[in-house]
Design a protein around this ligand. Structure first.
Ligand code: GAP
Length: 438
């Protein structure tokens, strides 16, 4: 894991937040390549949910909402609290369920009895810091979907079953954040709420579980690194009738990356009760009025990012690029799926001291840049530059060499097969587009 964290920092994927001040609260920033890649992850999710699937619309609700929402949702009660223990000696605090024994893992000291610690992050809205202006940063994005149920239904004239998908920030005052960006206090969620007739909920649960698993496999996650786990009754979240976790085999063990939940009518019926609004669905055909059941798919964008990053990470002992001067060194590769790679193409002039060749390389760069995430790199030997691109998962490297001006072609090198082919500059866009589509 150390190597992965170090690559993420060195190559501009993930930085510690507020690093020059020593870091802050286990928060992280996504660097230039990380921001590109995280957007690619979110786009892949949005494309899957709203294009590949039927009857799912998007929503982008506010982070700050009425505090009544969190009363109705159950998040302000014991249901959304972890058990916290404190070391009597060093005063470090831990989640009780993360401790292996009763002693402090940091100094071996005795720990206090557990007490409940609510994970909601409190803040004030407006100029007065008093009880009446208190609210919370949302702890899950889906509540914005439930409270907009009637708005979405009426404005889009939807019929059950249908879904609402949303991507956005969520905040939890985690007692024990950690494992890099796996568990943080500020993170992004990608959640879809599927509203259906109660008697169809079980069927849709299976459908969404299968569909979500396929999403990971289609984006290149190795089958052996994914498994599902039925959450036992006693461990279910306060809103869930049933939950299955999709787990990934991280270097620090099997961990949840996504939850599929049957939330029943918990959310809509509670919001109806607390708000006094009728949130039942009217079935025009049968004349029935009922609270739909909700099947939820919920995944962290940051956790998804980490999953794809870890799964793509490969070390090639002895090196594979024969043109490098240091073939004995270990080569690092990010075998990212083409839709997720932050840089699609690198344009590499063979040398940087021949003006004609540099001019042509810049023209190729300008030709491709509006269409694909493209980098121009002229620093160091060509072998070293290939390796630098492999390390960030760049799909194609284009070399502009001494033949280019005569033949009007370039070398196209494929990241995975390392095959090189000559392509005419005039055919370059078409050839690359074809590669990206397949
Ligand atoms: N709306 C349901 C819900 O929020 P959850 O199991 O608490 O369910 C869903 O969270 C997903 O959100 C998790 O599977 C994980 O991917 C992500 N997530 C939750 N807490 C997180 C944290 N502290 N840091 C990063 N991601 C987190």
């Amino acid at each position: 894991m150390q190597k992965i964290v170090s690559l993420a920092k060195r190559r501009g994927f993930v930085f510690l937040s507020s690093e020059i001040y020593g870091g802050f609260g286990s928060c992280y920033d996504f660097g230039p390549l990380g921001a590109e890649m995280k957007n690619n992850v979110k786009n892949a999710w949005r494309k899957e949910m709203t294009r590949a699937q039927e009857d799912i619309v998007l929503l982008d609700a506010a982070i700050l909402m009425s505090p009544k929402i969190w009363e109705a949702s159950g998040h302000l009660s014991a249901g959304f609290a972890d058990e916290l223990v404190e070391c009597k000696k060093c005063h470090h605090r831990f989640r009780k369920d993360f401790l292996k024994g009763d002693k402090c893992p940091d100094c071996g000291g005795e720990t206090t009895l557990p007490r409940k610690f609510n994970l909601m992050m409190k803040t004030f809205v407006g100029p007065l810091e008093e009880k009446s202006s208190e609210t919370y940063l949302r702890a899950e994005t889906c509540q914005g979907i439930y409270v907009n149920f009637n708005n979405v239904l009426n404005s889009m004239r939807l019929k059950i079953p249908f879904g609402v998908a949303q991507i956005g920030k969520a905040f939890r005052n985690e007692i024990t954040p950690g494992n890099f960006i796996f568990r943080t206090r500020e993170f992004e969620q990608m959640e879809m709420q599927w509203f259906c007739r109660p008697e169809t909920a079980d069927k849709f649960f299976e459908y969404w579980l299968k569909t979500r698993l396929e999403w990971y496999f289609n984006l290149g996650i190795k089958k052996e690194n994914i498994r599902t786990r039925e959450v036992q009754k006693g461990d279910l979240a306060h809103y869930a009738k049933r939950a299955v976790d999709i787990e990934y085999k991280f270097p620090f063990g099997w961990q949840e990356i996504e939850g599929i939940h049957n939330r029943g009518d918990w959310d809509l019926s509670n919001h109806a009760k607390y708000s006094g609004q009728d949130l039942r669905y009217s079935d025009e055909a049968s004349g029935e009025k009922y609270f739909p059941y909700i099947i939820e798919t919920s995944v962290g964008a940051d956790r998804s990012f980490l999953t794809f990053f870890v799964d793509a990470y490969a070390e090639i002992k002895g090196g594979r690029t024969k043109t490098t001067e240091a073939t004995k060194e270990e080569e690092i590769m990010l075998k990212l799926h083409k839709d997720l790679a932050p840089v699609k193409i690198a344009v590499l002039p063979l040398v940087k001291n021949k003006p004609e060749l540099v001019k042509q390389a810049k023209e190729v760069y300008q030709l491709l840049k509006p269409h694909f995430a493209t980098q121009y790199d002229d620093a160091g030997s060509i072998g070293r530059r290939y390796r630098r691109q492999d390390e960030i998962g760049t799909l194609l490297a284009i070399t502009v060499d001494f033949d280019t001006s005569k033949k009007k072609d370039v070398t196209l090198r494929d990241r995975d097969s390392m095959k090189q082919e000559r392509v005419k500059i005039k055919d370059l866009l078409k050839t690359i587009r074809e590669r990206m589509e397949n």
